[in-house]
Design a protein around this ligand. Sequence first.
Ligand SMILES: NC(=O)c1ccc[n+]([C@@H]2O[C@H](COP(=O)([O-])OP(=O)(O)OC[C@H]3O[C@@H](n4cnc5c(N)ncnc54)[C@H](O)[C@@H]3O)[C@@H](O)[C@H]2O)c1
Length: 408
Amino acid sequence: MSKEHKITMLGTGLIGMFYTKTLHEQRGKDRVHAVYSRSEEKVKKFAKDWDIPEYYTSMEAAINDPETDVVVIGLPNNLHKEAVELSAKAGKAILCTKPLARNAGEAKRLLEFVEKAGVFHAYLEDLAYTPKTLKSLASVKKGDLGRILWVRSREAHSGPHSEWFWNIEQAGGGAIIDLGCHCIEIARNFIGKNIKPLEVMCWADTQVHPIDTEDNGIGLVKYENGAIGQFEVSWTFRGGMDLRDEVSGTEGSIWLNHFLRTGFEMFTAENKSGYVAEKSESDTGWLFPVGDEVHELGYVSMFNDVFNALDNGTEPMESFYDGYIVNAIMDACYRSSKSKKWETIHIIDWRGIEQGKKSSVTESFDKNYFLIKKERMPDGQLKLILKEKKSGRMIERVIKEGGHLEDD
Ligand SMILES: NC(=O)c1ccc[n+]([C@@H]2O[C@H](COP(=O)([O-])OP(=O)(O)OC[C@H]3O[C@@H](n4cnc5c(N)ncnc54)[C@H](O)[C@@H]3O)[C@@H](O)[C@H]2O)c1
């Protein structure tokens, strides 16, 4: 039975606003009942704008509001630990934004807090829930793409909107911690969350800004079944927010563009409204607006899944454990970017399968040959590349009319 939840929202910044907008602008019953921010002026205004009955300038008091049963954490990364610890102590359901923590050690502590307290927990990884991603995941789960071999996920924009993101102490890292966490979890979803990520090769550099952390990064995450997750992140990309994914399997491929090329393009010489879409850099000329931003970014499906799981006593699609795995992968990325070598991903308490070896898909053609490749040539012939099982020799054959093989 669907129950009405009252929520404490921690943070009134960009994500606090997107989360509240998602919850309040739909016809759902769950409402933000209490909100926390350090500044009395800001929190009062936020409460008024979104019709929230209670506001607090003390995090602890907001978490312990007697009427709320769920806490949503939308605070800078360095404050997630304190917020989770206090919320677990209060016995409330805890939904935490990404990244779960600044590193795997901290993420593990958060996982322990919620598991010890026995409270419901969800990792708010919205980009695993975009409408296109959910439909693609359903296709992949049915086997439409065969075995997944390679997932490329890219998030790039011109850099974050608040000072704390640029401070390594508060954020834990740069573009990798901020954006790579999305890309890594998207790839895990397509490859299979029970497949163990083994090692990482990563390049990270500070190409533009005078900061102590990376503003660009590229990484390869190798999985035990041989699949590769590739992420590309940037805080210096010009022209809006580039959110793209590509999935390649033995039987098919998917290309997704979530933001800049959604099929909605508009020209204006005089923009009266100003805002176009998150991280859009211009508001005149040719623009790429986004139909329903909270939907396209996955927030609506994410909260539906999370609150349904809470009501039904089931697991949401993304839990604190997933957040911990993502942090463990990012830790290895930072080590690899320094060592310039493949670095092992250290996971304490792996809960997926132990496969032990790479999968392979070698299709037998008949008792003597493996089928390597089949292609229709410009002259209409169907050509096969075959490998002789006994000798290992590669040969070509053409299928003749009636389906017979042409002689050698
Ligand atoms: N797609 C997503 O899921 C997504 C998008 C943006 C941000 N985030 C995450 O949400 C969190 C917040 O990011 P944001 O973009 O909303 O940041 P923001 O800077 O817009 O807002 C941060 C909020 O935290 C408060 N705050 C800042 N420093 C504080 C301090 N020292 N003590 C107490 N409160 C403090 C601010 O007043 C504000 O209310 C981060 O963990 C970020 O990674 C997630």
